[in-house]
Design a protein around this ligand. Structure first.
Ligand code: 3HC
Length: 311
């Protein structure tokens, strides 16, 4: 069915505060960008240690931005950084974190069971008005939302950000069959408020970006396995011949070899079970070279080595 075009006068809720679950790279980035645009943020994770790491990540990213914004004034740089950080509350108490909150954004581990447990718990804790969104990159939004009551499912959608969140201009907004027009519009408004370009996509594997990017990266690995070309030349080719900011191997090292493999493994299970018809079995075939590297702990930049070595 075609969706009704929503005019700017359609009902929506103003999001003034947001709670982000998961203080990893993505969660910390989302919290930072929301705070930069005047949304009051609570960042919630399991331990104080995890939150300390999130705070350091946010500080580092903000200083890059501050250096550019105020190149001639250390005071103004510092004022900018503290202004954004003061707007973020760090918490290890999930129940207290969602009191009166307009929007919850989940960016925890990519595990369907753990995500469903979190949202089921939050459904019981949150006001009826609270909108729920997941930053999942590969799981089904409807399946995650099924852990909540029907009323909440109307207030459930996907908000998929890209790494590095402060730099990447895109957010994919996912609506399920049950997401209400008001919720969808509110999610689009939040993206606009954060000065991101929103695109919408149905609740399909990988949405738009990963559906194209992950098979492309796997195809590059297969090319390397066949010894058609070297990793360096494939990367140079895609940067200089297709205008990509990073080649496929640089990008694999950047997103994490384990992350790319995890996405593909999830898709393969769905193809094998017959649940997913839009992906072919060739497309989701595993890569021996990639699996081997993951087994050896060569996960990319974060582990110091992937297809390239890092200091
Ligand atoms: N915080 C703030 N600013 C940042 C930043 C951060 N974490 N990281 C980079 N920047 C800024 C830099 O300050 C710099 O700003 P300037 O141009 O105004 O001076 C700009 O970004 C470029 O950074 P660098 O000069 O350090 O390096 P590059 O020019 O190589 O850019 C990059 C780095 C932005 C990461 C670029 O290489 C790029 O766009 N790569 C592709 C990234 C990509 O494809 N991401 C998506 C991955 S898929 C994904 O996330 C989905 C998930 O579900 C798997």
């Amino acid at each position: 069915a075609t969706r009704r075009h929503l005019s700017s006068s359609s009902t929506r809720m103003a999001v003034n505060n947001m709670t982000v679950f998961g203080g990893g790279l993505m969660g910390a980035g989302i919290a930072q960008v929301a705070s930069q645009h005047g949304i009051k943020v609570t960042l919630c994770d399991l331990t104080d240690q995890a939150l300390a790491t999130s705070k350091t990540m946010i500080q580092k990213s903000l200083s890059r931005i501050a250096n550019k914004k105020h190149p001639d004034s250390k005071d103004e740089q510092q004022a900018f950084i503290s202004g954004v950080l003061d707007n973020v509350t760090f918490s290890t108490d999930p129940q207290a974190s969602v009191k009166d909150v307009d929007l919850v954004v989940e960016a925890i581990v990519e595990n369907i069971k753990v995500k469903k447990e979190l949202f089921h718990m939050l459904d019981g804790e949150c006001d009826a008005k609270t909108i729920f969104a997941s930053n999942t990159s590969s799981l089904s939004i409807s399946e995650i939302a099924s852990a909540t009551t029907p009323a909440r499912r109307a207030k459930f959608g996907g908000l998929h950000f890209f790494n590095p969140v402060p730099q990447m201009k895109l957010v994919e907004v996912i609506r399920t069959e049950e997401t209400s027009d008001e919720t969808f519009q509110t999610l689009l408004d939040v993206c606009k408020r954060m000065q991101k370009r929103a695109v919408s996509c149905k609740d399909t594997p990988g949405f738009i970006v990963n559906r194209l990017l992950v098979p492309y990266m796997f195809e590059a690995v297969r090319m390397l396995e066949r010894e058609d070309a070297t990793a360096e030349d494939i990367d140079a080719a895609m940067k200089l011949g297709a205008g990509y900011p990073m080649g496929p191997f640089e990008l694999l090292d950047f997103v994490g070899l384990d992350t790319a493999q995890h996405i593909m493994d999830g898709w393969r299970l769905k193809v094998e079970s017959g649940e997913e018809k839009s992906l072919s079995s060739d497309l989701v075939a595993p890569s021996g070279l990639l699996s081997q590297k993951v087994k050896e702990g060569k996960l990319g930049r974060k582990s110091g080595e992937g297809f390239y070595k890092y200091n």
